[in-house]
Ligand binder design. Structure first.
Ligand code: DAH
Length: 331
């Protein structure tokens, strides 16, 4: 046998070995005292100096290679003298799937992209300034009571601002406008936090989708069209036409403010807050409120998911209970 043949047969043997004992035999057969490669090494003695110089390193290299391959495979069997039963039936691979809340956010983002909105994100750990002050909710303003806040201890190094877990996705409005100029239209899906007692419709964290459209002539009528398109597409699978209404409401960062309800089984359910961006918010980001206007909205993602999938309790989304989650496997 020449070296190539030895190499080929050795590798084949190693690869097809299924138990430790077989590998030990292979080792003896090729590398043992009377092994094939050992024989080749011994035959070097009978060669001329020149031949030896050529063949020696090649044999040694192959010796090392085979040894390494055997050792590597032996590792697989180490720690247990049990022989692997290759005929045992395999374990079924468990595929994961997307969480219903992620699905709702993806679906929503897709619909808004179709309406020419860009999808933006912002930080969950937020400065008080962005979460409140810049949104026309100064310290000590009673409106702060609307958001039960998780405050973060300690202060930022370079900032006078206190930190908190954002109570809504609205701060991203401010962050976006600080860096971009109008006209634009964005949506911001993301997680928000509230220091609240948990019950079937409240969680300490949940998801929102913020929207903001600003330009010279953007009105509440444009908002009405956008909501209608969104709801139509989002609930398309529910085959009934979705009825919705605007109800006057108050949020410090909009004027006028509204709440949007949809009608389900004869009952009106609130799904989002919205309104025309307050001029103080524009002033905070150095926009001229006499030149631009726009609408903003914040949808409760969990609420949308509960309605669409008929989920009675928000806590189910966060329970990690696979019996619940698996129901969404093909959605
Ligand atoms: N940020 C509000 C909340 O979490 C929801 C909201 C209301 C967002 C009105 C808006 C808006 O953009 O215009 O309660």
């Amino acid at each position: 046998m020449n070296l190539e043949e030895i190499k080929k047969s050795a590798i084949e043997a190693i690869e097809s070995a299924t138990i430790k004992e077989a590998l030990n035999e292979i080792k003896t057969h090729y590398l043992g005292r009377n092994g094939l490669l050992t024989g080749e090494l011994k035959s070097l003695k009978e060669m001329t100096m020149e031949m030896r110089r050529d063949a020696g390193p090649k044999i040694q290299e192959l010796y090392a290679e085979i040894e390494k391959k055997i050792e590597a495979k032996l590792q697989l069997f180490s720690g247990s003298s049990r022989k692997t039963d290759y005929t045992a039936p395999g374990k079924k691979f468990q595929y994961g799937h997307i969480h219903p809340l992620s699905q709702v956010m993806e679906d929503s983002a897709k619909i808004f992209r179709g309406l020419n909105f860009s999808v933006i994100s912002g930080p969950e750990l937020e400065a008080e300034y962005y979460n409140f002050d810049a949104l026309n909710i100064p310290a000590n303003h009673p409106a702060r009571e609307m958001w039960d806040t998780f405050w973060i201890k300690g202060e930022g190094k370079n900032s006078k601002s206190n930190y908190l877990l954002r109570t809504h996705t609205s701060p991203v409005q401010v962050r976006y406008m600080e860096k971009n100029s109008a006209p634009f239209q964005i949506v911001v899906p993301g997680r928000v936090f509230r220091y609240e007692a948990v019950d079937m419709s409240h969680e300490v964290n949940f998801y929102q989708l913020e929207g903001l459209m600003v330009g010279e002539n953007v009105t509440l009528a444009n908002f009405k069209y956008v909501v209608e398109q969104f709801l139509k597409e989002f609930f398309a699978t529910m085959d009934k036409k979705i009825e919705f209404r605007f109800r006057p409401s108050y949020f410090p960062f909009v004027e006028p403010g509204v709440e949007v309800d949809i009608k389900l089984k004869g009952k009106w359910l609130e799904i989002m807050g919205a309104g025309m961006v307050h001029r103080r918010v524009f002033e905070a980001v150095h926009y001229n409120p006499d030149e631009v206007q726009g609408f903003a909205f914040g949808v409760g993602v969990d609420r949308l998911a509960m309605i669409k999938y008929g989920v009675p309790d928000i806590r189910l989304f966060y329970s990690g209970d696979l019996r619940f989650l698996k129901q969404f496997k093909s959605s």
